[in-house]
Design a protein around this ligand. Structure first.
Ligand SMILES: NC(=O)c1ccc[n+]([C@@H]2O[C@H](COP(=O)([O-])OP(=O)(O)OC[C@H]3O[C@@H](n4cnc5c(N)ncnc54)[C@H](O)[C@@H]3O)[C@@H](O)[C@H]2O)c1
Length: 261
């Protein structure tokens, strides 16, 4: 039998994807739908959710949810809606993140922007993952969670609210992976490089620093996301961080050497 023929069990697997209206979250949610997995598309923007679902291959498998995940009460409302629609949530993807504005440097970023960035990335991610896990553990069911972190969990981005939120998320992945592992719940990080997906307005000249020679696209992330999420393909993988950056993090800004054949 082909190794890749059954990454998911549509009769049992279900998913909740935050930030599913745009960019990487949208690509992952649509790819899960493509594998027959019933999926909640959660986002703060109603029009984006509607468009993401209608552009997916089987819209009938999608459950829309709209709300602001910076609010803890909204996270609870999302949990109620997701569990009502799906039963247990076996696969959780946390991709929602507020816009990153270059003007929000260390001397400029205001308190509200700082708090919102941490609330959505870290607080919502922790709360949703913990509550989903509690139910899976009680039901003795396996799960797989994926957090979208960043290369800037480890290197500055000139946006201190963003890099510190991502650094905390990277540790949250390790904490949860260690705590939930014995209960069959795997927790991993996907670490995108420069992905021209919506949230990152890339200068095309950045491509010269990328060994694979181009900026990434949201669809470059989805296959790896599904591979790591799949309990059939990645059963022994937890607490790991998968860098998908075309080699950007190898360059440290020196040009690659010209290699004579
Ligand atoms: N694009 C990149 O180059 C890149 C690089 C590193 C990390 N990442 C991370 O990957 C993830 C996805 O990035 P992207 O560029 O595709 O993002 P994006 O900005 O295109 O999409 C983010 C989505 O989150 C939603 N969102 C924002 N605030 C929300 C809130 N309060 N409640 C609910 N939903 C909210 C937005 O409406 C949007 O649809 C993010 O966590 C981002 O930090 C992206």
């Amino acid at each position: 039998m082909s190794l890749f023929s059954t990454p998911f069990d549509p009769a049992r697997d279900t998913a909740l994807v935050t930030g599913a209206g745009k960019g990487i979250g949208r690509a992952i949610a649509q790819a899960l739908i493509g594998e027959g997995v019933r999926t909640v598309f959660a986002d703060v923007n109603a029009e984006r959710v509607r468009a993401a679902i209608s552009a997916s291959s089987k819209p009938e498998l999608a459950v829309p949810w709209v709300g602001d995940l910076a609010r803890l009460e909204a996270c609870d409302e999302l949990l109620v809606a997701a569990h009502a629609a799906l039963g247990e949530v076996s696969h959780f993807v946390h991709s929602a993140s507020p816009p990153r504005r270059e003007a929000d440097h260390a001397l400029a970023v205001d308190r509200k922007t700082w708090q919102e960035m941490h609330a959505v990335n870290l607080d919502a991610g922790f709360h949703l993952a913990r509550e989903i896990a509690k139910r899976l553990i009680a039901a003795k069911q396996p799960g797989s969670f994926l957090f979208l972190t960043s290369l800037h969990a480890g290197t500055p981005r000139n946006l201190p609210h963003y890099s510190t939120a991502k650094a905390a998320m990277a540790m949250l992945v390790k904490e949860l992976a260690k705590s939930f592992g014995r209960h069959g719940i795997r927790v991993n990080a996907l670490v995108p490089g420069a992905i021209a997906a919506g949230g990152f307005v890339a200068d095309a000249s950045l491509a010269k620093h990328i060994p694979l020679g181009r900026l990434g696209a949201a669809d470059d992330l989805a296959p790896m996301a599904l591979t790591v999420l799949s309990n059939n393909l990645s059963a022994y993988v937890t607490g790991a961080a998968f860098v998908i950056d075309g080699g950007l993090s190898l360059t440290n800004w020196f040009e690659a050497p010209v290699l004579d054949a």
